[in-house]
Design a protein around this ligand. Structure first.
Ligand code: ASP
Ligand code: MG
Length: 457
């Protein structure tokens, strides 16, 4: 690891997500936020909402009608912004050139050629949003500089989910960004990078948060601000339980736990650079900055026993029965070796004398759980044991502190849930969570009931 020194400790990096730069008005809100804090000197943007999805659809290849429709939607989103900028032709020409590129790269003949071209295609969303944003800042009489993050964000060559080289970033960010920060605001792209040979890579969906945190770390900044469409992290999703409360301050490990268990606010990898160097991360809504937000930091005073509830839907439960398991050695090893050969990572697990229950981990997978179960896997498993599959389950995670030391916790949780069927329980491995598997149809009610019992009392 490199030495931690903080040449820019007063500065802040602000990241605005897709909905925050979705259109002209949304972008204007972001400018207000930037201008309200003179310390915000680096701004990382996502593509305007919807654009990355459209580019991904184009990259996947589609029939001509669908292709035309995607291209038109991308153009409409960008043009709706240009139209409101009372702008020179320069930016219009620039965007037109990028739109032409997109058209060219999404021709079936180009797509077939490589993953590298796919990432090149997908990177256009961030390139366009940042160009338009710089133009808007200039119109608002603010000195801003467009910076191509690929100049400093060197990654490995795994297209689609490339991993940045943090050591290299540390050096190159200090060389290229540091001298500029004093005099201007840098506007740059999240999510994209460049591999050794100079080809564009992407860091995985939702990767802009990660970019911002990496820059915060590399430059030793004071804080990473993540502006999104919700004013902070809540005790649970307010759309499911309207009484959910905003958490004003939360520790890194609790927030990481929430991200892992499906709270969609922060990308799980985002916190890693922040944790490494202890930089606080603020999460707020660019639509209502005055509403405040959540600060994620190293430690909080008196962390509560119960912190939050997270919900992950579409879980598949596998129950494996075998009498051979009784007092046997190596049965679990056999099952897990097989699962690993089929590239399946196991999430929750409980065992009894003659059976194992487990759920599949779909983190990082684009498929929703069920499709991880291939016929080949099931056939092989059935040579070892009898297999039962239950689909459409939901994982409810109760996240908190020192849970494994608490007294009376079982009574409290299960008393609250006495009218529900709980299919599986995982408790004891981590002091930060208790996980319950419930039928998917009950999931929302379970969250509401638990929230009432544990958070609203
Ligand atoms: N635009 C990219 C995506 O939608 C990256 C991001 O928004 O963080 O996944
Ligand atoms: Mg996003």
């Amino acid at each position: 690891m490199y030495a931690v020194s903080s040449p820019n400790s007063q500065y802040v990096v602000a990241k605005f997500g897709g909905t925050s730069v979705a259109d002209f008005d949304a972008m204007n809100n972001c400018v207000d936020i930037i201008l309200a804090n003179a310390n915000v000197r680096i701004v990382v943007l996502s593509a305007s909402a919807g654009v990355t999805n459209l580019l991904v659809a184009l990259a996947a290849g589609c029939d001509n009608d669908k292709r035309e429709s995607c291209l038109k939607q991308i153009r409409d989103i960008q043009y709706a912004i240009i139209e409101r900028l009372n702008t020179t032709d320069v930016i219009r020409e620039e965007i037109d050139r990028l739109l032409e590129n997109i058209e060219m790269l999404s021709e079936p003949a180009s797509l077939a050629t490589s993953d590298a071209l796919t990432d090149e295609l997908i990177s256009h969303g961030e390139v366009m949003s940042t160009l338009l944003f710089v133009e808007l800042l200039r119109q608002r009489k603010t000195d801003a500089e467009w910076f191509d993050i690929r100049r400093i964000m060197r990654t490995d060559g795994i297209f689609g989910r490339a991993e940045p080289d943090t050591l290299q970033l540390h050096t190159s960010a200090r060389e290229h960004l540091h001298p500029r920060l004093k005099n201007t605001i840098i506007i740059t792209q999240g999510f994209i990078g460049r591999e050794e040979k100079g080809r564009t890579t992407t860091l995985g969906r939702g990767g802009s948060d990660y970019t911002a945190a990496l820059l915060g770390e590399a430059l030793g900044l004071q804080r990473v601000d993540i502006w999104t469409d919700v004013p902070g992290i809540y005790t649970t999703d307010p759309r499911v339980a309207p009484a959910a409360k905003r958490i004003d301050k939360i520790a890194f490990d609790e927030a990481a736990e929430m991200a892992t268990f499906g709270a969609k606010i922060l990308h799980p990898a985002t916190l890693l650079p922040a944790i490494r160097c202890g930089i606080p991360v603020f999460v707020g809504s660019s639509k209502e900055p005055e509403a405040g937000g959540t600060v994620v930091c190293d430690k909080t005073k008196n962390p509560p026993l119960y912190r939050a509830l997270a919900l992950r839907r579409k879980q598949t439960l596998l129950t494996l029965h075998s009498l051979k398991m009784l007092h046997a050695r190596g049965f679990l090893a056999g099952v897990f070796t097989l699962l690993s050969r089929h590239n399946i990572s196991v999430d929750l697990i409980t065992t009894s004398e003659v059976s194992i229950a487990l759920t599949l981990d779909t983190t990082g997978s684009t498929s929703t759980n069920g499709s991880l179960l291939t016929n080949a896997l099931l056939t092989e498993l059935s040579t070892l044991c009898r297999v039962e599959v239950e689909e459409d389950m939901a994982l409810v995670a109760i996240i908190g502190n020192e849970l494994s030391q608490a007294k009376g916790l079982g009574k409290e949780i299960f008393g609250t849930l006495e009218s529900f069927n709980i299919r599986m329980i995982s408790y004891g491995a981590s002091s930060h969570n208790v996980c319950l598997l419930v039928p998917g149809k009950d999931a929302e009610q379970v969250i509401q009931t638990l929230h009432r019992g544990l958070f609203e009392a």
